[in-house]
Design a protein around this ligand. Structure first.
Ligand SMILES: O=C(O)C(=O)C[C@]1(C(=O)O)C=C[C@@H](O)C=C1
Length: 304
């Protein structure tokens, strides 16, 4: 049975995502995202499951930074989970007794309006995850926790309110990570992720994006994070349609490698929504093969 390390403890949304990737896997909860990815890098787990972005609060910066540091790992799958929260308290606590409410900062941000209206006097405190907040309530550290609905099955707490979400259609996207070199077969509905550091010169970012545009590659996300060691410089995270085995994707990656300071390949994996990869006319593998054959013939004639 494969071992999947995930961002725990038990009862997080990430646990649900890990189960969705493989319901029979041996799930190993760890308390922080760096610990989860470190377990994969150390060979203590076969896979790692982490949140990467939320439709309301944006990127999960701990995941972004962990993916860029240390030995590379690759994504082999993504899962998108609808997000709705429960408010958990110790049995006997009434809403009027709540002076502190804790959760993961991404979770607090997704119920900011609800908390403002329903628990205006409660202090909002950050915990390492939604389920860690539930553990904190059990331990008497906080009065209430904003958690995933499944947390109430793991901890003997009372559900004081459920189905909470300021944005009804909120979702979080999770990645299943594997050691580098793990190969996924192309499905025709794939996404590729990379981290690119471009040179700090005028036009470099536009030039990098042009490499995608020229090959008709559909970008689905671009984010930046600071380089940390150099103020004012950034690494760019790009997600785009296609699989590394496809000619247009390989060609774009090679161009990025030629022109950037650094390119980190974060994997090609099936898209969660199953939508077909966009490929503009002239960008299919057969088009690349035909143009390479034409060029080869041209060169042969020149050498005669
Ligand atoms: O704390 C959890 O339950 C998590 O899985 C983390 C996380 C996140 O990082 O965004 C996942 C989904 C929700 O959006 C809130 C928190």
């Amino acid at each position: 049975m494969p071992r999947i390390a995930y961002f725990g403890p038990q009862g997080t949304f990430t646990e649900q995502a890990a189960r969705a990737f493989d319901e029979h896997a041996d799930l190993v909860p760890l308390s922080t995202i760096p610990e989860v990815v470190a377990a994969l890098r150390a060979g203590a787990a076969d896979f790692a499951c982490v949140p990467i972005e939320n439709s309301v609060e944006g990127s999960v910066s701990a995941t972004m930074d962990t993916l860029a540091a240390d030995d590379p790992v690759v994504a082999v799958g993504e899962h998108v989970l609808p997000i709705r929260f429960s408010l958990l308290t110790r049995p006997g606590t009434a809403a009027a007794d709540i002076t502190t409410v804790a959760s993961h900062p991404h979770a607090l941000a997704q119920v900011r309006d609800w908390l403002g209206k329903n628990l205006p006097g409660a202090r909002q405190l950050a915990s390492t995850s939604t389920a860690a907040a539930a553990v904190g309530v059990l331990d008497g550290e906080f009065d209430a926790a904003i958690t995933a609905p499944v947390a109430s099955a793991h901890y003997p707490l009372t559900v004081l309110a459920s189905d909470l979400a300021d944005e009804g259609d909120a979702v979080t996207r999770f990645l299943l990570l594997a050691p580098p070199g793990t190969v996924t077969e192309p499905t025709g509905s794939d996404r590729t992720s990379v981290i690119v550091v471009v040179s700090h010169r005028p036009g470099e970012l536009a030039a990098m994006l042009t490499e995608f545009a020229l090959r008709g590659l559909n970008l689905s996300r671009i984010e930046s994070r600071p380089l940390r060691a150099r103020f004012g410089e950034y690494r760019f995270y790009l997600d785009f349609d296609g699989h590394v085995s496809e000619a247009r994707v390989g060609d774009a990656l090679a161009a990025l490698h030629r022109r950037s300071q650094d390119v980190r390949f974060l994997g090609s994996y099936p898209k969660a929504d199953g939508s077909a990869s966009v490929a503009v006319p002239g960008s299919q593998d057969t088009d690349y093969e035909a143009s390479a054959a034409w060029l080869a013939a041209l060169r042969r004639r020149e050498q005669e």
